[in-house]
Design a protein around this ligand. Structure first.
Ligand SMILES: NC(=O)C1=CN([C@@H]2O[C@H](COP(=O)(O)OP(=O)(O)OC[C@H]3O[C@@H](n4cnc5c(N)ncnc54)[C@H](OP(=O)(O)O)[C@@H]3O)[C@@H](O)[C@H]2O)C=CC1
Ligand SMILES: O=C(O)C1=N[C@H](C(=O)O)C[C@H](O)C1
Length: 270
């Protein structure tokens, strides 16, 4: 089988550069192009040089339609509005799209999901094996413990991050809600300030820290009278996300159009 040709949208971003390095070190795939938005200072720069590799002659462009024509699969770690546009292109051209972008609203998600009728879309708020395993553990623990255990989710990220709570924190909160058999959005308490009143039984609370270059720390806390369980994942390097995203692109090859997640890719779905 020929190598999977992978295009990267947002190729000069923190994850974009990591993806270029990950593809370079992975058998069965090659990078075939990368984009940045019109007006970006990175247009015309060598994709691999930016990622700290030998120059490839592949230059960063703003021609997204051409990238989707040339690629078998596109990987997208950008921003919500861009990911919607990329999902529409993937549907138009019948391609694989792996989306890691977070901060996507429910309405935006519906637009992306609709594109799964003609594209193979794999989406994950966190592409690492460890966090997806943590989500499964969270669901199982939440199913065992009752509302005597308050669920709180604490996350910390680098000071550049623009969305809060993180996509991973919400993924973990949704796993806890699923374990309890409740609707997440009805019980989510996404921020507290001032005289908030006492904590409501059954709520899933979120707390957000930002600082330095922290790649991504997440803790799910189950707190009851006189005892507390804490499940924690700490990301040491963005390569864990890039590895998962490239694995998802390779996994998606030959799959029918549809919407998939990292539980499918990693074989963790029940
Ligand atoms: N699912 C997961 O495992 C992970 C998810 N993420 C998520 O991925 C996203 C990106 O994170 P990160 O790499 O740190 O962010 P960066 O800001 O470093 O990178 C995003 C890049 O995308 C570019 N971009 C924006 N719009 C477009 C567009 N329409 N076409 C092409 N490129 C575009 C940006 O350009 P410009 O700066 O000019 O706007 C920027 O270079 C975030 O939502 C983050 O939360 C991050 C890590 C892991
Ligand atoms: O923005 C980031 O950096 C990260 N974003 C994802 C999230 O919002 O959960 C995944 C990871 O934690 C890093």
């Amino acid at each position: 089988m020929s190598d999977l040709r992978i295009g990267i949208v947002g190729a000069a971003g923190r994850m974009g550069r990591m993806l270029v390095r990950q593809i370079d070190g992975t058998a069965g795939c090659v990078v075939c192009g990368g984009t940045e938005p019109a007006g970006s200072d990175f247009l015309g720069k060598d994709l691999q040089s930016l990622a700290g590799l030998e120059p490839s002659g592949i230059l960063i462009s703003d021609n997204t339609a051409k990238l989707f024509d040339e690629a078998d699969a596109v990987i997208d770690f950008t921003m919500p509005a861009a990911s919607i546009a990329h999902a529409a292109l993937a549907a138009e051209k019948g391609k694989i799209l792996v989306i890691g972008t977070t901060g996507i609203s429910n309405d935006q998600q519906a637009e992306i999901t609709a594109c799964g009728d003609r594209a193979v879309i794999v989406q994950g708020a966190n592409m690492s094996l460890g966090v997806n395993l943590l989500a499964q553990l969270t669901r199982k623990v939440a199913a065992i413990l009752d509302d005597d255990f308050d669920v709180e989710i604490l996350e910390m990220h680098h000071h550049h991050k623009v969305d809060a709570p993180s996509g991973t924190a919400l993924l973990l909160g949704k796993a806890a809600a699923a374990g309890r058999g409740v609707d997440h959005d009805s019980v989510a308490d996404r921020g507290r300030d001032g005289i908030t009143g006492a904590r409501k039984r059954g709520d899933i609370g979120y707390a957000v820290l930002r600082g330095g270059n922290v790649v991504g720390d997440h803790t799910v806390i189950f707190a009851a009278e006189n005892e507390r369980i804490e499940l924690t994942h700490k990301a040491g390097d963005r390569s864990i996300f890039a590895r998962g995203a490239v694995r998802a692109a390779l996994w998606a090859r030959g799959k029918p159009a549809g919407n998939y997640d990292m539980m499918d890719v990693l074989g963790l779905a029940d």
